[in-house]
Design a protein around this ligand. Structure first.
Ligand code: CAA
Length: 258
């Protein structure tokens, strides 16, 4: 495992930590590759039922590595954008819930990685932004699409076209962040939310996540059909029988992912 991304287990929750604090966890090629590898490890870890992504030190990630990008040809820049996209897509397509725990700066590619998680918890000291236009660039790791979907087109345009950062309180108000916490509470709260989801029926959680993701790319009638089909499918699982029996027998369910 690379030192650039730590992969630990906290109960049923995989905790991935971007670990390049001297550069505010700036995302260079090596860090993105390490992240991709760590996400694949989590995908293959049957005991990991949720994931929390965070950053070591005072940043979640202050964006793509500007020093490395400054030496890229246009072709290399496109390949680099694809690399960032593939890490974001790998996060998004995990079958388990993913939570970004943002303690400090989540800027540019850092904000985009947070957006690839299912939701974001932030410390009250966190700062969010897409400052690429200040460098003569545009977002390159999915910000132009995921930010629009998360906060709506007007806020996405304000953030991307001004390049100005916002504080956690504003991020909370516009729906970029689900909840904010005191800095020393953030990680525990994110792990706790992961643990809560981890205790639910894993097939149902995975199916619900997939239907939400696929449904938002489809027209609403197709999205309804996707839901109806998935509802029928998950109803055939052993865990669904167990969940309903446990409710009726007034006991906790014992889910097995079957
Ligand atoms: N790339 C490379 N290095 C970075 C970096 C980045 N994105 N962000 C910070 N660093 C480095 C700094 O160069 C500095 O290194 P040295 O100590 O070797 O000089 C170290 O991290 C600490 O940073 P600062 O001294 O700048 O810390 P600060 O507290 O004064 O400022 C900051 C913090 C406001 C986040 C500032 O570092 C900053 O503006 N960083 C750049 C933010 C940015 O523009 N991000 C977007 C990048 S483009 C992108 O992400 C494209 C995309 O979508 C794919």
């Amino acid at each position: 495992m690379s030192e650039l991304v730590r992969n630990e287990r906290r109960g049923a929750v995989a905790l991935l930590t971007l670990n390049r604090p001297k550069a505010l966890n700036a995302l260079d090629r090596a860090t993105l590759e390490a992240l991709h590898e760590a996400i694949a490890e989590v995908a293959n870890d049957a005991g990991a039922r949720a994931l929390v992504l965070t950053g070591e030190g005072r940043a979640f990630a202050a964006g793509a590595d500007i020093e490395q990008m400054s030496r890229m040809s246009p072709q290399e820049a496109e390949t680099f954008s694809r690399l960032g996209h593939s890490s974001a897509a790998a996060l998004e397509s995990l079958a388990i819930p993913t939570i970004a725990a943002v303690a400090g700066f989540a800027l540019g590619g850092g904000c985009e990685l947070a957006l690839a998680c299912d939701w974001i918890y932030a410390s009250r000291k966190a700062r969010f932004g897409q400052p690429e236009v200040a460098l003569g660039l545009i977002p390159g790791f999915g910000g132009t699409s995921r930010l629009v979907r998360r906060v709506g087109i007007a806020w996405a345009k304000q953030l991307v076209l001004t390049g100005a950062n916002i504080e956690a309180e504003e991020a909370l108000r516009i729906g970029l962040v689900n909840r904010s916490f005191e800095p020393d509470e953030l990680l525990d709260k994110a792990l706790e939310a992961g643990e809560t989801a981890a205790q639910r029926g894993p097939l149902a959680v995975a199916m619900a996540k997939r239907v939400i993701e696929q449904g938002q790319d489809a027209d609403v009638r197709t999205a309804h059909v996707l839901e109806q089909n998935a509802f029928g499918l998950v109803s055939a699982s052993r865990d669904c029988r167990e969940g309903m029996e446990a409710f009726l027998q007034k006991r906790d369910p014992s889910f097995r992912g079957e």
